[in-house]
Structure formats: C-alpha cells, structure tokens
Design a protein around this ligand. Structure first.
Ligand SMILES: Cc1cc2nc3c(=O)[nH]c(=O)nc-3n(C[C@H](O)[C@H](O)[C@H](O)COP(=O)(O)O)c2cc1C
Length: 427
C-alpha cells in the first residue's frame, strides 16, 4: 500500500513536470515526440513591391535568437501549404523536389510542410557548416526520388530562396543564398537520395537596413509606381494558369520585365558587412555574375530586355532600361512548338537565357556541374514574375523548353546561349 502511494505520487509529479515542460518550451516536445508543431505564421505588412525592392544579401548577424514565430513565418513562406491546399511556390513541371533542413543550436530538424512542423533529424550543432555564423542555418536539399532533374530542382530552390529572403527582410531578419559544390550540408549525413545544394543563414542583421528611394530612372519603359498587393496576399493567392486572354498595358510590360531581372529603385545606404552593392537587383546571382538575359515575345516581335546599360550595382548609377527589338512578326506559335503548346495563347512571354560566357569571369562556373546554380537564378526570376503578375491581377506560369535549338535560332543566338524557361503572362 505504502509502495502504491509512493508510486502514485511520483507518477503525479512526473505528469506535472511533463505538463509544464510542454507548455514552457515546445522544443522539449521534440526530444520526446520527434516532432513539434510550429506556431501559425504571423501576418506580414509589406507590399510585394517593397519586398522585391529591399531584397539583398545579409552576411553578418547578431546572436539574438530567431523566435519560433519568425521561423514559422519564414518556413511557411519558403515552402508551406496554404489554406487552399496549394504551395507558396510552384513546383517546376508540377513536381516538388526540395527538403528544408533547419540547423539549430542543439539539433537538426526537417521542415514538414504538410503539418507545418519541425521533425527531429539528429542531435548536435551543425551550424558551423554555414559560411556565415548565424543562430539558424537553413539547408535546401534536392530529393532525387522526387525529381531526376537537378536543374529544375535548382530552379524550384530559386523560388524558395526568394520567399525566404523576402520574408526574412519583412521580419527585419536577414539571410544570404550560399551555394557551394559539393554542398557543406552533406556533412549532416543526408539520406542517400538527397543532395545538398543551398545553405541560408538566418538571423538578425548586425547592421540596420537603410534604404533611400532614388530611382534615377531614364527608362523608355514606364516607371514602376503602383505598389500592388501585399507579399502575404500574393503568397496566399499566387496561381499558375495555362490559358490566357487580353493584352498587357505598357505599364504591365514594364513591371513584369523589371520583376524578372531589373534593379531596385532603392539605394542601399546600410553598412552591411561584405556587401559593397548599392543598388540590388530583383534576384541574387552567384558571384554577382548576373549572366542571364531576358527576352520578351509579343505579337509584334521579339525583344531583348536591357535592364541597365551601366554596371550600376556598386555605384547605384541611373537605371537605363528599354526593349531592344530583335525580330519582327508574331513568333509565339513557333515558340509554343519548341516548348509547351499553352504558351501560344499568352499575349506576352518572357524567355530567360543563360549567357554561358558570363559564368566564367574571375572564377569558372561554366561547367555542367554548376548549371543548376544558373537555373536557381532563372527560377528566382520566374517566381518574381508569377508573384508580380498576381499583384497586378495578371496570370502567369512557367513553361519548359523542349527544343533548345529552335528557341536559340528564334532568338538569333548561338550555342554560347542556353534558353532556360518561358514565362507566359496574360489576363
Ligand atoms: C545560387 C547562388 C549562390 C550564391 N553563393 C554565395 C556564396 O557562396 N557566398 C556568398 O556570400 N554569396 C553567395 N551568393 C549571393 C551573391 O553573391 C549575391 O546575390 C550577389 O553578390 C548580389 O548581391 P545582393 O544579393 O546583395 O544583391 C549566391 C547567390 C546565388 C543565387
């Protein structure tokens, strides 16, 4: 009887301790149940336009902790599910092939988008694998069982990385895309079907964001003036479509081209460590090479988007942008034959093209094994256009190129150039 009482008492004490542990710190749940739910993502008050304007790489962090609320909001934006069952990014060809690992102080977790939770992966502090010290490192990994195409997986990560950068900035956090080959994320010991690609540190910048509105716009294209929808709305409502109507106004043309590869209207006045760039672009680029070209196809012809005639990144010089006509005539039918049939109905197409020579500047990143890095950039660009289209009540999607040679010849390019994606846009 005595023994029984003692047993009951110690059971009650254990239950009380567990109850308090659970309510004080959700991480404790992890070590017992292997999974803990993240809090609901926080509402964000920033327009998409500002999020794109303010995109920049952050490479220095304070040791202030990233809260579960912040982490939840960033992960949801990165790869989460929405109330309508769709994701915050579009899978290339409908396939979702990424896994996000979350490296925290004591352990590594996998983000489970379906349950919006962190699933315990292994004990230990692996954050040292990042190039930059930060309270959290996010590892973006390609699951080869989900997609056999490394380049398309890179493009999908481009969209994920954009959302992480946008959301981090909106929360006053910061991050930078780092992509090494092979990736240091492999050091955590990944399953054999997974390959590490990108590491993004996440934390509070050790400087203050400081932007000044200084467009210095000498463009032949209309100015970007309307803020459009919020970042949150476009993430919640972004959709892809395969049938289009209507025509784009000149302002809409200017806006979507700018989102694909333009310069910010803001000058970066911060003294961010390791970042000399004063005028950032709408997407990041490995080594700052920016080797892509954007072409526009309409019923009147094919144009090359000139996003700036000076190298204004470091000096913040004026933005001189225009559309340079390459050929006359409606070539959309021929483009559709070399890609996916549905693009023919779109009034406006953007084609991203890699200039392979520009991937070999002070460091040679032109080999096939680095190609996914440039697909990352094209994926980030296409994602921006999809978000921008939503913000302006247009529709868009990402089409694959099936006949590279034909697209090259339509754009009058030689084999130094590789067409990557087509983004049809319409109403
Ligand atoms: C695929 C990819 C890989 C990158 N890898 C690195 C990297 O390893 N280290 C780094 O500091 N920045 C890296 N960057 C960031 C670029 O250096 C940065 O985007 C570029 O210099 C422009 O600066 P901004 O993003 O501040 O505008 C990478 C960017 C991309 C898209």
């Amino acid at each position: 009887m005595m023994k029984n009482n003692l047993y009951r008492k110690s059971l009650a004490v254990t239950i009380i301790i567990i109850f308090f542990s659970l309510s004080i710190n959700p991480v404790i749940v992890t070590s017992m149940s292997n999974e803990y739910p993240l809090p609901h993502p926080m509402p964000i008050d920033m327009t998409l336009l500002d999020a794109i304007f303010r995109r920049m790489s952050v490479r220095g962090f304070t040791d202030q902790n990233v809260t579960d609320d912040d982490l939840s909001t960033v992960l949801w934006a990165a790869y989460g599910y929405r109330d309508d069952g769709n994701r915050t990014v579009s899978g290339i060809d409908g396939v979702y092939a990424s896994v996000i690992y979350v490296l925290k102080e004591n352990a590594v977790y996998r983000y489970d988008p379906l349950n919006h939770s962190l699933v315990f992966y292994k004990d230990g502090d692996y954050r040292y694998i990042g190039q930059y010290e930060a309270p959290i490192q996010l590892g973006l990994v390609w699951d080869k069982n989900k997609s056999g195409n490394e380049n398309y997986s890179g493009a999908e990560m481009g969209a994920i990385g954009q959302n992480i950068q946008f959301m981090a900035n909106a929360l006053n956090l910061g991050t930078v895309v780092t992509g090494e080959v092979p990736s240091p994320i492999d050091e955590i010991g990944l399953p054999s079907n997974e390959v590490g690609k990108i590491v993004m540190p996440l934390g509070y910048p050790n400087f203050s964001y400081d932007f000044t509105h200084r467009p210095m716009w000498l463009s032949l294209l209309p100015r970007i003036k309307e803020p459009g929808a919020s970042l949150q709305t476009v993430l919640e409502e972004r959709s892809e479509t395969t049938s289009f109507a209507g025509n784009l106004t000149r302002s809409e043309v200017s806006q979507v081209l700018w989102a694909s590869y333009g310069y910010s209207y803001l000058l970066d006045k911060s003294d961010a460590p390791n970042n000399p760039i004063k005028r950032h672009r709408t997407v990041p680029s490995a080594h700052g090479y920016y080797p892509l070209r954007m072409y526009a196809v309409t019923k009147s012809g094919i144009y090359r988007y000139i996003h700036g005639i000076f190298s204004c990144d470091r000096w913040g010089l004026p933005i001189v942008s225009f559309m340079l006509k390459i050929r006359n005539g409606d070539k959309r039918e021929e483009i559709a034959q070399a890609s996916q049939p549905f693009v023919v109905s779109a009034p406006f197409l953007i084609i991203s093209v890699l200039d392979i020579r520009r991937t070999n500047q002070w460091d040679d990143l032109s080999a096939e094994k680095f190609r996914w890095i440039w697909y990352y950039e094209a994926g980030a660009s296409a994602h921006n256009v999809l978000l921008q289209a939503k913000a302006w009540n247009l529709t868009a999607s990402i089409a694959l190129i099936t006949d590279t040679e034909s697209v090259r010849s339509l754009l009058r390019l030689n084999d130094n150039f590789l067409p990557l994606f087509i983004v049809p846009i319409g109403k």
